[in-house]
Write a new protein. Structure first.
Length: 100
């Protein structure tokens, strides 16, 4: 309505000056920019936290796998020792039965 009717343009301009519309728009834009920057910082921090959590999970998984591998190797070595003594025991029993 105001832009189609040139008679009101002067009133519109005076109201804009009276209400300091340009200054208010400038301040609102500055505040919006500040909020946008703050949200960017928060987003970056959240991404860093996610990366740290992911790295922590990977580290925990590697440690868990290392412990599991250690357990498997230990069980394997115990089995080898038991088999060795079982074979040695059978050999001793065989010698006693042959000699005796």
């Amino acid at each position: 309505f105001l832009w189609d009717n040139d008679n009101w343009e002067d009133t519109y301009s005076k109201m804009g000056e009276y209400l300091d519309i340009k200054d208010r728009v400038y301040l609102l834009n500055k505040r919006a920019d500040l909020i946008r920057e703050l949200l960017d910082v928060i987003e970056n921090q959240l991404q860093l936290v996610d990366k740290k959590k992911s790295a922590s999970r990977e580290t925990a998984l590697i440690v868990l796998l290392a412990v599991l591998l250690g357990v498997v190797v230990t069980i394997g070595s115990i089995a080898v020792v038991l088999l060795y003594f079982q074979v040695q025991g059978n050999a001793v029993l065989l010698e006693h039965s042959v000699l005796g």
